[in-house]
Design a binder for this molecule. Structure first.
Ligand SMILES: [Fe+2]
Ligand SMILES: [Fe+2]
Length: 356
């Protein structure tokens, strides 16, 4: 928190004081609002490293990740760490995870990892866990409580019904495969989350790193988290929560109650917006101004990575796009929600294609 913001908060509290109200809450807010510092970190996601054979990998996906790593290393000021948002691999194999980690290894910062479904459904996260540690965990950084979830779990019955691990992986890897199963955090992990957050001061900002959106946006493509409401219930007592998620490979943002949601870009390829599929019911966040996408067949105009500015516990997403104008979606204190700072005018938008 900057000196001037602290002062503004102080004055706000003082104003309430002179009004003669009871104001215990204002004083408590005043006391706890300043417990987080300002800092930056980077977020790289959805590289989908794809093995062909031997030492051959799909070059285009390699290039997307290499570029994110090279550009993140050039950031000034340096980010405090990097979060990797999941789907490092395409089909969860050892060569794909190993190659992805090798491409990420030049990063000069500590990297925290989240699991994506493409990393998980071959061996249920075993190799990933051996390389990178627990599938979900939390840590504190400069007054912000970070939680990394495995949000791509699904029903046990569905997991068991596949004759081979490869078939199970192939079905989950298809975006619009009707044989897929909705993602969830699951009861055991929700119980862990409840206990983890029990210890955390409710005025401390919480940032959740999740592969799936922790919202129900579009079931046909698994832009969906089955137990989103239960998770929101656990997060409800907190003053300020932000969820940053991968998986959707596009810019999305909205605000539900105390929680701001931001989606991250993929380094590999973009997905179209569900709202472009006119015949299917979807619940795309009302706030989202879709990506200004001129050419859906040229994936590089909608891929990239992001650096994130944390100020007073709020998250500003700076989308660094490889072949498109960079965008910033920043938390707007006045309206209490994330807003796109540059592309709000509809005149700037290229209408999305309609698919039937
Ligand atoms: Fe992905
Ligand atoms: Fe994914």
């Amino acid at each position: 928190m900057t000196h001037s913001t602290s002062r503004r908060n102080f004055l706000k509290g003082a104003g309430t004081l002179t009004a003669g109200s009871l104001l215990p809450m204002s004083l408590i807010e005043l006391a706890f609002a300043d417990i987080s510092e300002n800092f930056t970190f980077a977020y790289i996601s959805d590289s989908h490293i794809q093995h062909i054979k031997g030492r051959e990998f799909v070059r285009n996906w390699d290039q997307g990740l290499k570029r994110a790593v090279a550009e993140t290393n050039l950031l000034s000021p340096k980010p405090d760490f990097v979060l990797y948002g999941g789907d490092i691999a395409q089909l969860g194999t050892k060569p794909e995870i190993d190659h992805g980690l090798e491409l990420l290894s030049p990063l000069r910062y500590k990297v925290y990892y989240a699991l994506g479904e493409h990393d998980y459904y071959l061996d249920l996260g075993e190799y990933w866990e051996r390389q990178l540690g627990p599938q979900y965990y939390s840590f504190d950084h400069k007054g912000v409580h970070f939680v990394v979830l495995n949000s791509i779990l699904t029903y046990e019955d569905w997991i068991k019904k596949w004759p081979t691990a490869e078939e199970r992986m192939a079905v989950m890897a298809g975006l619009d495969n009707p044989k897929g199963s909705p993602f969830m955090v699951g009861e055991a992990q929700r119980e862990w989350l409840r206990k983890d957050l029990d210890k955390v001061n409710k005025y401390r900002p919480v940032v959740i790193l999740s592969h799936s959106p922790l919202q129900k946006l579009f079931r046909n493509w698994n832009f969906w988290t089955e137990d989103a409401e239960e998770i929101r219930q656990i997060l409800h007592p907190f003053h300020k929560v932000t969820v940053i998620y991968g998986h959707v490979h596009q810019i999305q943002y909205n605000q539900i109650g105390n929680t701001s949601f931001h989606a991250a870009m993929a380094t590999a390829w973009p997905w179209p917006y569900p709202s472009s599929y006119a015949q299917a019911q979807n619940y795309m966040p009302k706030l989202t101004v879709p990506m200004n996408r001129a050419d859906p067949f040229f994936e590089r105009d909608a891929t990239g990575w992001q650096f994130i500015n944390i100020h007073s516990g709020n998250v500003d997403m700076h989308y660094t796009l490889y072949d498109n104008t960079n965008r910033v979606v920043a938390f707007n204190e006045r309206s209490g929600r994330p807003l796109d700072v540059a592309y709000q005018a509809s005149a700037n938008q290229i209408p999305p294609q309609k698919h039937f």
